[in-house]
Write a protein of this length. Structure first.
Lengths: 489, 489
């Protein structure tokens, strides 16, 4: 038993504390909980079954919301001819430094090299210009679930920055700017719903600055979460592309009044980096902690027995309980491996972040009860089997609410205010977080701040964005708006 | 109205007959029914919403079957370093002629070029060798849903041969050959279930010859369908890889008896080419005909009215019927566009292959009935609304059965037998189909036949594969087995 505990500690357990070395802690949790692994391709990772199944839960949630709003899924080619990628110049400038290029197929050199999509605006919109002729073809609401490649030169980090990642990208075309504006916000709300109600991740929402908006967009709306080291993480973005792409790709339609006009477009996406955010925000020193609604397994049942005859009875009872819970829609598994002790299993499932554990032993059975363990607070309680279903349903909801509240508290505590540049830099050094400032809104000013401190504008609030000082905290010009700055992932 | 019908015919309708020009007919059905479109990237297509939603139905069906058998989904990198792809020599020889290569990322030339996966054996198995240590790690049962690229030099064809396509690839590792054999057959059965019970596509199953097996496999099991032009189409394959890859990638495990052994592996896949098979087999001169279980919309409701006051009542009733059918699990939509006539809608939904249409007009409503139209036979009947649910459930099952029977009859009629090479060539010219022959089984012999006639061994039956003649129909050597030859897609 001592040996086994040793093995658990060194092989399975997390050997550093979250509060002491976040980066090493994060890597250990991701690898040891079975979310992902490094691959032999530099900067690319393997999504392991546990990590991928979380992505499936995210996808199911989001996909049904998007479909309910009238969006349809489609799939466009992985490759983008260079000439197409170049058509919208701001877009090309933004993405070309991180494009992977295919230059030969089989034994032949290609006449034109092909970009592997870093995002699909250009390959999609060349089709949109073919398909959209009349106001009757609008709105066009397409989404795709795919892989994209961005040839990062910065250090990569599992889930948070990899050269290939999985995401969804929505691309819509509308008759008017107002409709496109509305779509941008509708999607922002869907993303917030996903973050708050599935992932228990509270976010700040607002607009990106000129320097931070999507390459080729009119404006970008964003959702920003806070990580334990005080750095922000962009959890999703929703862009109004204006008519920038429709002009570059000649996407025109005949209006009801028989006039020819360019369409207004939006694009928006969230990616598997959400899984990284999930780990960072909710994990603890025992490993991953999954919010119940996104957990691929919500309840793990561990049968405990000391003899073969006990085993039969207990496993039988475990199966009955499993089936009862399954049939009410809960995601439940029994860990009945006979080469692992209950203690070993406790540790493994805690590491993997399963929200609730049921322990069923001979003594519990005598009393028609089970031990219920909740992963977020590590608390145990004894529950009568006859009460189990309502108790578990309440418990899962409670775990979600408590996890969300804890995260929201941290988000709120991470927001501070700086009167001037010195205070700003001081706060950046001490804990970071979101720092509210009165800002001039000039691209030149934000570039200087980013170069000098590494912090960027994370968002400008939609409302109540009046500056609280007359002059910009950095350059001293007239302050135009309130902005949230932070360092970021 | 005359003008409109003209427009329907030229824009929407199929302008050639299936029996007269299959290739042109196929292309028109795929494009005009909204399954797919050509893209600006040579050899790559766009999966439109209608085509992609059929893929989603296929994926949902297969994914739940695979998960029920213990398989888990994961995701591996798109890129394979050239040195990895080379590790299993037969595999590399088979795939290297059709690999697309990434040679630079951003502005930098890569040190080693990266293949875009044509299939993922090599990038997966380098990980398997890291993960698999003991018999306790077996079986390892992983699957991925992804995109692969094969740089075809032959003419491409929507769904049936494109340079990028979507598929699933399963990759398992086992302790013994027997287990791997069993897995190969289990998957073959799952695929047959998918083909027969979801897609109404009957197939022949059997083993591939040496010349046709997967590059690097011990043997390949296959499912073969017949197309209307007498050419076969490989609908799915399941390979026993033996220890070929485990030796090349050093995937060894410690047995219960503490010995070190190489694992036995399988891989298997089906792709979006199934959608092409669906079109080919079931389509008619009005367009696509979808088997009900895979149809994204099973029932389309067309409200028919001649005044605004009628419209209100009829649309209201249509919605009631829709909700009744939805709540019993059917996939139903109402086409209430007010800029199209009922006739236009009839044509469009027939073209798109929706199995059942309900027509609801003022006269029907008076009699509390609706007109039910079935797409496969083009027959109409009148059904009382109170009987609608059981009638439709029976009808959808009946459509599936009838479509399957018709296709099975064609498959059976496509099989003939040839005594000698002359008869073989004659039959190949006249209608093609599967030609049963007594065959020597030699690679050299099958290569000659393929070069001379374009026909290949499609399969060797699992059972009853005794040759009916003593000597090979082609080369005159001793006949070893019964083989089915055909030209193929």
């Amino acid at each position: 038993m001592a040996n086994e505990m040793e093995e658990i500690k060194t092989k399975l357990g997390i050997t550093v504390k979250k509060e002491e070395d976040l980066s090493e802690w994060y890597q250990q949790v991701v690898l040891k909980s079975g979310l992902a692994d490094y691959s032999p391709v530099s900067g690319c990772m393997v999504y392991l079954a546990w990590g991928y199944s979380i992505w499936e839960e995210i996808r199911n949630f989001l996909d049904s919301k998007l479909k309910a709003l009238g969006h349809k899924n489609a799939y466009f080619p992985l490759f983008i001819p260079e000439s197409l990628l170049k058509k919208e110049s701001e877009h090309f400038k933004g993405f070309t430094p991180e494009v992977a290029w295919v230059e030969s197929g089989g034994k032949e050199k290609l006449e034109e090299r092909l970009a592997i999509r870093p995002t699909s605006e250009t390959i999609m919109y060349v089709m949109y210009s073919k398909w959209i002729k009349s106001y009757r073809d609008l709105p066009l609401l397409l989404n795709q679930w795919n892989n994209v490649v961005r040839w990062e030169t910065k250090a990569t980090k599992l889930f948070l920055r990899t050269r290939e990642f999985l995401w969804q990208e929505g691309h819509t075309a509308h008759a008017t700017k107002e409709e496109a504006d509305r779509e941008v916000l509708t999607i922002l709300n869907v993303y917030q719903d996903l973050l708050v109600n599935l992932l228990a991740i509270p976010v700040l929402v607002g607009l990106k600055s000129e320097g931070e908006k999507f390459a080729g967009a009119l404006y970008t709306a964003t959702l920003e979460a806070i990580m334990p080291d005080g750095k922000a993480l962009q959890a999703g973005t929703s862009h109004n592309l204006g008519q920038n792409f429709s002009r570059a790709f000649d996407i025109q339609f005949i209006t009801k009044e028989q006039k020819k006009e360019y369409v207004w477009q939006t694009s928006w996406g969230v990616s598997t980096r959400l899984i990284g955010a999930l780990v960072m925000i909710h994990g603890d020193n025992k490993g991953l902690v999954l919010p119940p609604r996104v957990a691929p397994i919500q309840i793990i049942i561990i049968p405990i027995y000391y003899s073969k005859s006990q085993a039969e009875v207990i496993i039988q009872k475990s199966k009955e309980i499993k089936n009862m819970l399954l049939s009410s829609g809960l995601r439940v598994e029994i860990d009945d491996r006979d080469d692992k002790t209950p203690g070993w299993k406790f540790n493994e499932w805690e590491l993997k972040g399963v929200p609730v554990r049921l322990e069923i032993g001979p003594k519990d059975l005598e009393k028609s009860s089970v031990v219920v363990f909740r992963r977020d607070t590590l608390q145990k309680s004894v529950v009568q089997i006859s009460d189990l279903l309502p108790v578990l349903n309440n418990l899962l909801n409670d775990i979600h609410q408590k996890m969300l509240e804890r995260a929201r508290k941290k988000l709120e505590e991470s927001i501070s205010q700086a009167e001037d540049y010195n205070e700003f830099k001081e706060k950046l050094e001490k804990g970071g977080g979101f720092i509210k400032v009165s800002w001039c809104g000039r691209l030149e000013c934000e570039s200087q701040i980013k170069n000098e401190t590494g912090a960027s504008v994370r968002l400008i609030p939609f409302e109540n964005n009046e500056p609280f000082k007359e002059y910009c905290f950095h350059c001293g010009e007239k302050a135009q708006k309130l902005a949230y700055f932070a360092k970021s992932y």
